[in-house]
Design a protein around this ligand. Structure first.
Ligand code: HEC
Length: 181
């Protein structure tokens, strides 16, 4: 074949490729618009998990609005409940539970040398201790992460959780930004 014919072959192939792409695109459009198979998927922040555990766990009141003005001294005091099992100081290492210095926005389950439960490892994959995660976990650890080995009932008072989380935030050389800032 001479180069003129090659051009025709090439043009035909290109046209065929466009048809295939076009059909794929249409099919995807139809598929996406007709099958919302995961309702609530678009909501960020683990909304689907919250939805599935909602029956077991009551909704936890957010601490976001309270953090900026929370009482750090009250938070430090509430932290005494944790101190039997956790160290708060930088580099102080693990006790019964992992060291908590710099816990806000730290990846879940990554303290060096700590043997986490398989529940914590599975739940935490790819997640960090955001304010929401801490708030839900500290409200009722065993409801937030079923199967966690943390033997602590939880803190039901929203103000006390807010103070404690604000205190945890302060345990860092570079505290995480407050929600909405
Ligand atoms: C009786 C011991 C005990 C008490 C009390 C306790 N914890 Fe824990 N905590 C643990 C254990 C054990 C784990 C590891 C849990 C797992 O692997 O499932 C843990 C894990 C955690 C984690 C996850 C850390 C990481 O590295 O991902 C946070 C956050 C946490 N605890 C915060 C607290 C706070 C805040 C308090 C006090 C309100 C508290 N804990 C009270 C034992 C305790």
């Amino acid at each position: 074949m001479d180069s003129f014919e090659w051009n025709k072959v090439f043009a035909a192939l290109l046209a065929a490729a466009f048809v295939v792409l076009g059909v794929n695109f249409l099919a995807e459009e139809l598929f996406h618009s007709n099958t919302p198979d995961k309702p609530g998927y678009a909501l960020e922040g683990g909304a689907t998990e919250e939805a599935t555990t909602a029956a077991a766990a009551p909704t936890v009141e957010s601490v976001d609005a309270l953090l900026a003005s929370a009482d750090l001294a009250a938070g430090e005091k509430a932290g005494k409940k944790c101190a039997a099992c956790h160290n708060f100081a930088e580099g102080a290492g693990n006790k019964v539970g992992p060291g908590l210095y710099g816990i806000v926005n730290r990846a879940i389950g990554v303290a060096d040398g700590f043997g986490y439960s398989s529940a914590m490892k599975a739940y935490g994959a790819g997640k960090t201790w955001t304010y929401d995660e801490l708030n839900g976990f500290l409200f009722k650890p065993k409801a937030h992460i079923k199967g966690t080995s943390m033997g602590f009932a939880g803190i039901k008072k929203t103000e006390q959780r807010a103070a404690l989380i604000a205190y945890l935030r302060s345990l860092s050389a570079d505290p995480a930004p407050l929600p909405g800032s």
